[in-house]
Ligand binder design. Structure first.
Ligand SMILES: [Zn+2]
Ligand SMILES: [Zn+2]
Length: 350
């Protein structure tokens, strides 16, 4: 039996390597040679620093981490209907029961069956040279997109796409983004492609604000703090943005997203964790704002995203500031943990 080394996260801000067998695909499964496996904010928040996640975010110790996998199929098990050896694929990172209402809508993320398992959380993920995946969680990666593009779509960019579709962002809208980490950068990239103008970003980190400006993804990047709301109002005629999205997951970021939403506008929260407290009448009811929550995406919308990226000529990889080999996983996690970079991605040779 061939063996390989993969990354596990003990939950004390370190990375460990574990030996495991290269798996054989069973019925309806494929074996994928990993090409890119990026790090998501959830990996840092719920696993790397400490194993804080519960339920769907409960990390099972010893599981190979990485829930943004992208690679090339090298072996297909019996009963596979769509994919073949050689196909380039993104892995939708949750394997649901396949038969519940949520799964039938493609939202395996929301599956409540005990059999639901997420790659990198409850079943082995992408931080190893090979990944065993269910065929029904694979999405074709077009030739015009890179493996790093695909990895980013598997969670972060997919999450942004879902949220912007949920709030029906379009060319009539101004877009406010609180939090310019990888998900916020993806929201800016997609928002721009969808025609939103201008795009305003807010972040605590000067490096992240500068990155968003350098990439040409935001028209303004404001420092988080008491002055930010006034700056948003100053560039929107005192009204705020028609659409806002919180990607910070911080109480202050959420509040600012809501405050910076124009009356009758739409606000969506995707940044995870924490709480928010606000005066409901003046900030939500009286300005007639619709507030959404949005969690990851569906298989269908992941396919839609890939199709649109291809048509738009947009590459999520542009927001990836650090690509490191698997053996430098410890460094990759340190970088992602510092919250000053764009996306960090593990990449594989060949
Ligand atoms: Zn994620
Ligand atoms: Zn299900």
């Amino acid at each position: 039996m061939a063996t390989m080394q993969g990354v596990v996260l003990p939950g004390n801000s370190t990375v460990e390597f574990r030996d495991l067998e290269v798996p054989e695909p069973g019925h309806g499964q494929v074996l994928i040679r990993m090409k890119a496996s990026s790090i998501c904010g959830s990996d840092i928040r719920a696993i790397y620093r400490a194993h804080l996640g519960k339920g769907p975010e409960g990390y099972q110790p010893g599981i190979i981490a990485g829930h943004e996998p992208c690679g090339q199929i090298v072996k297909v098990g019996p009963g596979c209907k769509e994919f073949q050896s050689g196909d380039r694929v993104i892995v939708y990172h949750i394997s649901g029961c396949g038969v519940c209402e949520d799964c039938k809508h493609g939202y395996m993320i929301s599956c409540r069956s005990p059999s639901r398992s997420a790659y990198g959380w409850q079943r082995n993920g992408g931080h190893a040279p090979f990944l065993l995946a269910e065929e029904n969680t694979c999405v074709h990666l077009p030739d015009s997109l890179t493996y790093v593009d695909g990895a980013l779509c598997a969670c972060g960019t997919g999450t942004s796409y879902e949220a912007l579709c949920r709030v029906r962002l379009g060319g009539n809208d101004r877009l406010l983004i609180t939090g310019l980490g990888p998900v916020g950068l993806a929201a800016a990239q997609l928002g721009k492609a969808m025609g939103a103008r201008p795009i305003l970003g807010v972040d605590v980190s000067p490096a992240r604000r500068q990155l968003a400006l350098d990439l040409g993804l935001v028209d303004e990047a404001f420092e988080a703090g008491a002055q930010a709301l006034g700056q948003i109002q100053a560039v929107t005629g005192g009204r705020g943005c028609e659409v806002s999205i919180d990607c910070s997951g911080s109480p202050a970021g959420r509040l600012l997203a809501l405050q910076g939403t124009r009356p009758w506008g739409r606000c969506v929260f995707v940044g995870e964790g924490n709480k928010v407290e606000f005066d409901v009448s003046p900030l939500l009811i009286h300005p007639q704002i619709t507030l959404y929550g949005s969690w990851v995406t569906s298989l269908k919308h992941l396919e839609d995203l890939v199709e649109h990226l291809q048509r738009w000529g947009v590459h999520p990889e542009d927001t990836c500031t650090h690509q490191l080999p698997l053996k430098e996983a410890a460094r990759a996690y340190e970088l992602a943990d510092q919250g000053q970079t764009g996306k960090v991605c593990l990449v594989f040779d060949g």
